[in-house]
Design a protein around this ligand. Structure first.
Ligand SMILES: O=C(O)c1ccccc1NCC(=O)[C@H](O)[C@H](O)COP(=O)(O)O
Length: 207
């Protein structure tokens, strides 16, 4: 039996974080990208992290944040993992004293094996949908057949997942984990407890 883990990204409110955990999320994502409709302030993020019970991984999401700003933020909030969604080099992602994921936005010409070589220090690679000008949170799926089998690193599958398509996605891609944002919202940045519950129930039915 393979367990597929779930991360709910773009949490902006304590009540949504607790509902995500209640639904069975393994990790929650906090978007520290000011241009996102799901961006959190440091104060919001601190309140969310403080409210969480044990054994829930907190992932901070960044898009090309200058190193000094990132380090200043990390000194004030105990995030477990960093997720880089911009044009960060492996050097930009490293040296923060935490494991990190690199998001790769997949399109036909993406050489995923080469990307895994470039980001070989990443704990996992998050595969998301390529939409020009949008670093993430697109709500769109991509062509999962572009993902080679037996990649050398754990894959976190993202991009347009919902309770209706996540089982098929898991069957086709066999990821380590799935990541969802828009598919469990009722408006941008506001999560829907029932959609989160339904999503994670579908993930668990694939076990
Ligand atoms: O959510 C955003 O607004 C966002 C902005 C910039 C970079 C990344 C962003 N979100 C990342 C995620 O929430 C997910 O990891 C992923 O993109 C899946 O989102 P969705 O397609 O909405 O499920």
């Amino acid at each position: 039996m393979t367990i597929v883990r779930s991360k709910i990204c773009g949490i902006t409110r304590v009540e949504d974080a607790l509902a995500a955990v209640h639904a069975g999320a393994d990790a929650i994502g906090l978007v520290f990208y000011p241009k996102s409709p799901r961006a959190v302030s440091l104060v919001q993020a601190q309140a969310i992290v403080r409210a969480l019970p044990p054994f829930v991984t907190t992932v901070g999401l960044f898009v090309n944040k200058p190193r000094a700003e990132l380090n200043a933020l990390l000194a004030q909030i105990p995030l477990d993992v960093l997720q880089f969604h911009g044009d960060e080099t492996p050097e930009d992602c490293s040296g923060h004293g935490r494991p990190w994921f690199k998001a790769v936005r997949v399109q036909a010409e993406t050489d995923l094996l080469a990307q895994m070589q470039v980001y070989q220090e990443a704990q996992a690679i998050l595969l998301d949908t390529f939409v020009a000008g949008q670093p993430g949170g697109t709500g769109q799926i991509f062509d999962w057949s572009l993902i080679p089998k037996h990649l050398p690193k754990p894959i976190i599958l993202a991009g347009g997942l919902t309770a209706d398509n996540v089982r098929q996605a898991i069957a086709e891609v066999q990821p380590y984990a799935v990541d969802v944002s828009g598919g469990v919202e009722h408006s941008k940045g506001i999560k829907d407890p029932e959609k989160m519950r339904a999503f994670i129930a579908q993930v668990r039915q694939t076990m």
